[in-house]
Design a protein around this ligand. Structure first.
Ligand code: SF4
Length: 314
């Protein structure tokens, strides 16, 4: 009996709802109506069909879909599989910007330069290491404002293991004093740390000097760069065209590079603070060409002006 009665009841219910104009939408309130409940003020029409005694009508309604979930996927039904979780791109790693190295204090500079000097003395990175008598790391004030950089050791320097100690060195000492400084107040070094010779088989010969070649400079430049970064002077004075071109990274001639300051940029290290570089003549060139001393003095006065040294032009 149950099936026939139930079908009949559902048919009557549909007819009733059609008469009420609501058969296109079955609201959650329908079970109440089906049970004969009519809300206050609701229009009365055809009387509700009677439920057979002992029978229970069960009407399945779709579960409510929240506005939020419908907004996310208006076409979705709860029976559909959940949407895949949105793919969130992994954040790009922060770009690492090399920070400037912190300035060392004097004892740290002393220790770092001493350690570097030992490394240089043991170095055989280029053929000059096989023919030198002594490597010449450099010497002077580890906290100097001014650093002089030449191209490489010569005959006397090779024997003593010290920079600028021959005739050219004596002239450099005079240049330093003329600036109002002493040798003990500056740092003196070379691009190449070992003696480049025209005849490496006879290191005892005088007049056996030459400038380091490009390969030797490339091998050795990390040492002068490290020294500059440790000392971090205010000014580097490049002595001669070889040192000037190596440090200023400009193919111009010394004559074209002279007369102005450049910002020093090094390949292998980051400077703790900006350093300026100025190019002038090598003392050995001044010995050969005394007429150039006037121009060299003009160059040195540019640094004196900047540092406010005695004898500066302003
Ligand atoms: S010139 Fe420089 S790179 Fe070559 S052996 Fe000497 S220290 Fe090493």
């Amino acid at each position: 009996m149950a099936n026939d009665s139930l079908r009949r009841l559902i048919a009557e219910l549909k007819t009733f709802l059609a008469a009420q104009g609501e058969d296109e939408f079955i609201s959650p309130a329908a079970p109440l109506r089906a049970a004969g409940a009519v809300s206050k003020g609701e229009p009365t029409g055809k009387p509700l069909p009677k439920m057979p005694e002992g029978e229970t009508l069960t009407v399945e309604f779709p579960k409510a879909v929240s506005p939020q979930s419908a907004f996310k996927n208006p076409a979705s039904q709860l029976t559909e599989p959940p949407l895949p979780a949105p793919v969130v791109a992994a954040p790009e790693p922060a770009r690492v910007i090399p920070s400037e190295e912190p300035q060392m204090n004097i004892s740290q500079k002393t220790a770092a330069l001493a350690e570097l000097a030992e490394t240089i003395k043991a170095c055989t990175r280029c053929p000059l290491g096989a023919t030198r008598l002594n490597a010449v790391p450099g010497e002077g004030n580890v906290n100097a404002d001014v650093m002089f950089v030449g191209e490489g050791p010569g005959f006397d320097e090779d024997r003593q293991g010290r920079p600028f100690v021959g005739r050219a060195g004596q002239l450099l000492d005079k240049m330093i004093v003329a600036m109002g400084l002493t040798r003990e107040q500056v740092f003196i070094a070379n691009i190449a740390k070992c003696h480049p010779m025209t005849d490496p088989l006879h290191p005892e010969k005088h007049g056996n000097d030459r400038a380091p070649n490009a390969e030797e400079i490339a091998c050795c430049r990390k040492y002068i760069e490290k020294q500059i970064s440790i000392i971090c002077p205010k000014y580097v004075i490049a002595l001669g065209g070889v040192a000037a071109k190596a440090l200023i990274a400009d193919a111009k001639s010394l004559g074209a590079l002279r007369g102005k300051f450049y910002d020093l940029h090094l390949d292998s290290v980051t400077l703790p603070r900006p350093v300026k570089i100025l190019a002038t003549f090598h003392p050995a060139a001044l010995l050969r060409n005394p007429g150039w001393k006037k121009d060299a003095w003009t160059d040195l006065q540019m640094v004196m002006d900047e540092l406010g040294l005695k004898g500066a032009r302003k």
